[in-house]
Design a protein around this ligand. Structure first.
Ligand code: ZN
Length: 148
């Protein structure tokens, strides 16, 4: 089990990007650092200008994400996972498609540095967020996180 820390700015940015699309999914990448004991999130991206956002999913704008990632790499922070929103009234549980996407992405990472996933939503002006980790590239588990 790894402790997950997210800085308040990144958390606020995710909230803002969720509120902007109340009826559609939005999402992006999580940037930070990790080791076998902890994960620290220092930035989150949007899905990008050419992303396709629907009620049931979001397809990221890959050229936007590539450029965004290159900028973060200059600051020595790395892609450590993804986030996406679920429009109300959907909950925060990963859908079967989410789980399959999480597993596919897990395969791209080293066993000791598997990615994490935030699923968030806004309902009645309250922002909710769950974080999931993947173990051994296949087991999805909800984790606690701390805002710092
Ligand atoms: Zn989802």
């Amino acid at each position: 089990m790894r402790n997950v820390y997210i800085d308040a700015c990144s958390f606020e940015k995710m909230k803002k990007l969720t509120i902007e699309y109340p009826h559609y999914e939005n999402g992006g990448l999580l940037f930070g650092r990790m080791n076998p004991e902890w994960i620290r999130i220092y930035d989150v991206s949007d899905a990008g200008q050419n992303a396709i956002r629907t009620k049931y999913g979001v397809t990221f704008d890959s050229s936007y994400l590539q450029q965004y990632t290159e900028e973060r790499l200059k600051e020595d922070i790395f892609v450590i996972g993804t986030w996406h929103s679920h429009p109300a009234p959907y909950g925060l549980d990963p859908s079967p498609i989410d789980i399959s996407t999480m597993r596919k992405m897990g395969k791209l990472f080293d066993e000791a540095y598997l990615p994490i996933y935030f699923i968030v939503k806004v309902e009645k002006n309250n922002f909710f967020a769950n974080v999931y980790t993947i173990e051994e590239r296949s087991v999805i588990r909800q984790e606690k996180f701390w805002m710092v």
